[in-house]
Design a protein around this ligand. Structure first.
Ligand code: 4AD
Length: 463
């Protein structure tokens, strides 16, 4: 007999009621009295758990009663309705087969564990309610993002993880080498001889797939990447990870307004998809993790995102400079405290900040007519701050080359990128959505370490 999933039992209960079924899963809790016992079982296929009642008529009653939380079992029995109880039904077991016992020192007990403690056992935490909800929703968000772009005809491009360029120009890269670091080959002038390295030149893990994605946008028009990115940022915060996933659409014949429209459409689509497809998980977050979550997300669906230029935003924030650790002035980089103030206190909804000073943005952004600002946009959301960073790209060969020279970038490293401006250059735009920040936003989880299965942050690369 095949295993029926708990998900099937809940979604098609009429089919199974009063019939014999077989389910397999892990014990969440177990208690027994003399003649019978109760097991709460989770089989991982849905958020709901299933109650099992077993009796001393079973041959192995004593063995089952001794099982600990975490043990794996297969239960054969009849699904019966329980109109009086909290649960709509339970299984009256005829047989409980023990697949794998769980030692008495099982680190997860029925009580609520702190997220800090659960981070120390990242291999076991997906067995808890919170992390079942987080990682099911993470999976759904990824699916919804693909669905959104595929439905709009975007081509999914797999950009490389090992590259020779620094897209953001921030120098926060993990180097990739096969050289023996204790014995690095040197040139006559004492510098490292990368010609002897695997690729014959310095390489690093990618910080963004954008530059590669742009090349495909010039062939397919609308493309997106969705993959891991790496940043050796020494930022020990709740929203920075050294390894995170990014979604980067890139669109030809699109300006900054088109770019923002796609970003807003995508976020709304994903919110709607998750609310529709994970109602139990979203109710759980709303009840136990972030009380205003559902109201906030529904409000987002029913309103337009705010728009403000960087210059206007600075004026608005300057009025509240007494509240900030870092004082605001035109030309400063917006800190999380400023971003959150704008979106939480002033706009009270997601907001796009546009047209930043060129000095604080990457080399590839299109210079505005004022010669001082670039056609950039960041999307800020309540609770997190920046979730999306994007821009219209500089499509003029001369202006791009000029900017690269100003910043000291080596022309020969970006030949392919400059070529795009030589052969059929078009206005084009794109953005990067930080996937983990998106998961935080939709679940209300407050720390990026709790939305990545195995987080990599400063001083932490366990498992
Ligand atoms: O603003 P960023 O640096 O933009 C880019 O990398 C562009 N190349 C994207 C593009 O236009 N195609 O990063 C984009 C987003 C941020 O808004 C943030 O959500 C996320 O990536 N992000 C991080 N998430 C977690 N940990 C980090 N260390 C992150 N750094 C950026």
């Amino acid at each position: 007999m095949e295993l029926t999933t708990v998900k099937e039992l809940f979604s098609d209960r009429e089919k199974y009621l009063d019939k014999e079924v077989q389910v397999g899963g892990w014990i969440r809790s177990i208690r027994d009295s003399k003649a019978f016992g109760f097991i709460v079982l989770n089989d991982g296929t849905c958020f709901d758990t299933l109650q099992i009642v077993y009796h001393d008529t079973m041959e192995n009653f004593a063995e089952v009663s001794k099982l600990n939380v975490g043990a794996a079992i297969i239960v054969k029995g009849t699904l019966v309705a329980t109109p009086e109880a909290k649960q709509p039904f339970e299984i009256q077991a005829d047989q409980v087969l023990v697949e794998g016992v769980s030692n008495a020192d099982y680190p997860l007990q029925k009580k609520r564990h702190s997220f800090e403690y659960l981070r120390t056992i990242s291999h076991l935490r997906p067995r808890t309610n919170t992390f079942q909800a987080v990682f099911r929703v993470r999976s759904l968000i990824a699916y919804a993002i693909h669905k959104y772009f595929q439905e709009q005809g975007f081509v999914y491009v797999h950009t490389p993880l090992i590259t020779g360029s620094d897209c953001e120009g921030a120098g926060e890269m993990f180097q990739v080498t096969t050289m023996d670091l204790a014995n690095v080959p040197k040139k006559d002038d004492g510098t490292v001889d990368f010609s002897q390295d695997f690729f014959g030149k310095p390489t690093n893990l990618t910080v963004s797939g954008q530059l590669n994605a742009e090349t495909y946008a010039m062939a397919f028009r609308n493309v997106y990447t969705f993959g891991p990115t790496f940043r050796a940022e020494n930022s020990n915060t709740t929203r920075h990870a050294a390894e995170f996933w990014m979604i980067e659409p890139e669109m030809a014949f699109a300006d900054l307004n088109d770019n923002m429209a796609v970003a807003e459409g995508m976020l709304k689509y994903v919110i709607r998809y998750v609310l529709e497809n994970a109602p139990a998980e979203m109710d759980f977050f709303n009840q136990f993790v972030d009380k205003g979550l559902l109201d906030r997300l529904n409000h987002v669906l029913n309103s337009e995102f705010g728009h403000v230029t960087y210059t206007e935003a600075i004026k608005l924030l300057e009025e509240h400079n007494d509240k900030f650790d870092y004082k605001v002035f035109w030309g400063c980089d917006l800190q999380t405290e400023h971003e959150r103030y704008l979106t939480e206190e002033i706009f009270k909804k997601p907001v796009f900040v546009t047209d930043y000073p060129k000095e604080i943005k990457a080399f590839y952004m299109k210079l505005n007519e004022d010669g001082k600002t670039v056609a950039a946009m960041d999307c800020l959301v309540p609770g997190i701050g920046e979730i999306i960073g994007g821009s219209q790209r500089e499509d003029s060969y001369d202006k791009l080359l000029g900017r690269m020279k100003e910043l000291g970038l080596r022309e020969e490293d970006y030949g392919f990128y400059l070529d795009l401006r030589k052969y059929g250059s078009v206005r084009h735009s794109g953005f990067g959505l930080g996937f983990e920040r998106c998961v935080m936003y939709l679940t209300g989880m407050g720390n990026i370490r709790d939305v990545v299965p195995f987080p990599r942050t400063v001083n932490n690369c366990d498992l």
